[in-house]
Design a protein. Structure first.
Length: 132
């Protein structure tokens, strides 16, 4: 058993095309009563040979559905690296930029901002609204 998947609000979402792994993400819930109404989306990845085929968008649609219908969450959070076009992708999926940590990520090519984004699930595309 993977210990981090043992929490009730954690999910590993997998996308497949023709029985091949096309992408994945990890949804990390919170066990504290103070933060149990939201979760973090981590490690969103698409396999290189499946890029530009809608896998990322399908994962974003499914994580919003799972957060709303399966886990009754109010919103999701994620952090991403600035400067590589990810902000526009997530905005097109209904996410909102809520802040930045300037220079938070030190990379060989230079420091980058970490962008903080949130998805209010009552407004997420393809969801019926919060289950609460």
């Amino acid at each position: 058993m993977v210990k981090s998947l043992d929490e009730p609000a954690n999910r590993l979402l997998l996308a497949s095309i023709n029985d091949e792994l096309a992408g994945w993400l990890f949804l990390a819930g919170n066990s504290s009563e103070l933060t149990a109404h939201w979760a973090r989306v981590l490690r969103v990845q698409t396999a290189l040979n499946f890029r530009k085929r809608g896998v990322g968008r399908a994962l974003m649609t499914e994580v919003a559905r799972a957060g709303t219908e399966d886990l009754a969450l109010d919103h999701l959070h994620l952090e991403l690296r600035s400067g590589i076009g990810l902000e526009d992708f997530y905005k097109s999926c209904g996410w909102q930029e809520i802040g930045r940590w300037p220079g938070a990520l030190r990379l060989p090519e230079g420091d980058q901002d970490e962008v903080l984004m949130a998805l209010p699930l009552s407004q997420a595309p393809g969801t019926a609204g919060s289950a609460r």
